[in-house]
Design a protein around this ligand. Structure first.
Ligand code: URA
Length: 434
């Protein structure tokens, strides 16, 4: 295999043979193919795309770069959920205990935030002591005993993705449907799951900004999953505005605990319930949507889902007392209210700008090795559709450093639009692909 020839072939619109793709990926993992050659290949794929057989070979190559877990010894249909990434998307934290409390085991390998999007692992680590780097044996035991375990990618699970994602992030090659598809599905298939529900985000805060592109991504993900024997479906959900009210790690943990206590913003509740319904049906514990909704309501009203979150926290080394006492979570020393300059209706809050502002405050990373501040973030006190008078608070910014606040405010100011009429808001559930 000559890496140079394969890069040129893809650059010129050629179709690569499965064996060549495999050799290229294996060469990348062993170091024979360099970062600059892989960057060039990703850019060629970004512009030229991949045929379905090429994508199948690329995904298989990434999957087989590491081990594929076998969870068949754990009773029940193992179901996971994965989001393509958004702002304020904390759904996994409340969904995993809720689904587990309804009897479906949830093995979940999650990611960190990068760019303007947040990551489940960073949010969980806001809980004092919570461990996301568990060995596979502990992960397997917790899925069996507690019903859910949320960890990060290990060195042995789809290691090609770990290396490749970091490279794509700094070479402008993240927003490619085949590369995102192979990245997500190689990790998910390696987890040992039987079924998967995908939350494909669409809008300003998502990697796919248009509904058409998000649908294409959803179709690509679903077809790879089903072809690999993982029963897969996707829900396309709105990411024009941040999901829920909190953006920032500890603040989002609190919002998730509130959801499990039966409260929460309508868009976040609706999104979480829709994904949970599908997981319960795929997990074969609910016969239809009405049955699933009834079980979800019972798990929340009885406190079973909250109790399950407490067990997950305890099982993963965290302080379970945060469930009842939010003061045990990190808190920022200072707060600043961003106020409406005029009266009217909040018509738009741009998700990407809010996400970028939260990264500037310290809630996310500019570089993979940046350390996240779990305490800082933004609470939206007036979601789109809310009538406001001049001077009403729209954001409550939790910050640590004045210079970072000033830089974040420059973006936050541009994120808000106030108009005279109430906006026509898109429903949170935009579509589905099965
Ligand atoms: N999430 C992933 O895991 N991979 C991508 O490429 C994009 C989002």
């Amino acid at each position: 295999m000559r890496a140079y020839e394969l890069i040129k072939a893809k650059r010129d619109g050629g179709v690569l043979a499965a064996g060549d793709i495999r050799a290229f990926l294996d060469g990348y993992c062993s170091g024979e193919v360099t970062d600059y050659q892989m960057s060039a290949m990703c850019m060629a794929v970004y512009f030229r795309g991949m045929t379905p057989p090429e994508l199948g070979a690329w995904t298989r190559g990434m999957l087989e770069s590491g081990e594929v877990l076998d969870l068949s010894g754990i009773p029940g249909v193992k179901v996971d959920k994965h989001s393509t990434g958004g702002v304020g998307d904390k759904v996994s934290l409340s969904l995993a205990p809720l689904v587990a409390a309804c009897g479906v085991p949830v093995p979940m390998i999650s990611g960190r935030g990068l760019g303007h999007t947040g990551g489940t692992l960073d949010k969980l680590e806001a809980i004092p002591g919570f461990q996301v780097d568990l060995p596979v044996a502990a992960y397997r035991r917790l899925v069996a005993e507690v019903g859910a375990c949320l960890i990060g990618q290990t060195a042995t699970l789809a290691p090609a993705d770990k290396k490749l994602y970091a490279l794509r992030d700094v070479t402008g090659t993240v927003e490619s449907i085949p590369l995102i598809s192979a990245s997500i599905m190689s990790k998910k298939i390696a987890e040992g799951i039987d079924a998967l529900v995908l939350d494909v985000k669409t809008g300003s805060g998502a990697f796919m900004k248009t509904e058409a592109d998000s649908r294409r991504l959803a179709e690509s993900l679903v077809s790879i999953g089903n072809a690999s024997g993982v029963k897969t479906e996707a829900v396309i959900t709105d990411m024009e505005m941040p999901l829920g009210v909190a953006v920032g790690n500890a603040l989002e943990v609190i919002e998730c605990l509130d959801i499990l206590k039966g409260h929460g913003a309508k868009d976040l509740v609706d999104c979480s319930i829709e994904l949970t319904i599908r997981m319960l049906i795929l997990g074969k514990v609910a016969v239809d949507r009405a049955d699933a909704e009834r079980q979800i309501r019972a798990a929340i009203d009885s406190g079973a889902a909250l109790e399950r979150f407490r067990l997950i926290i305890e099982g993963q080394g965290g302080d379970p007392r945060v469930v009842d006492d939010y003061s045990r979570l990190p808190a920022a020393p200072s707060r600043f209210a961003v106020r409406a300059e005029r009266g009217g209706y909040v018509t738009r809050i741009d998700a990407e700008l809010v996400g970028r502002a939260s990264v500037i405050l310290g809630a996310g990373r500019d570089r993979v090795d940046d350390v996240v501040d779990p305490a800082v973030g933004i609470i939206i006190t007036a979601k789109p559709g809310t009538p406001v008078s001049a001077g009403d608070a729209i954001f409550d910014v939790h910050y640590r450093e004045q210079a970072k606040l000033d830089a974040a405010l420059a973006l936050i100011g541009r994120a808000i639009t106030i108009g005279d009429e109430p906006p026509q808001l898109r429903a949170i559930i935009v579509g589905e692909v099965r």
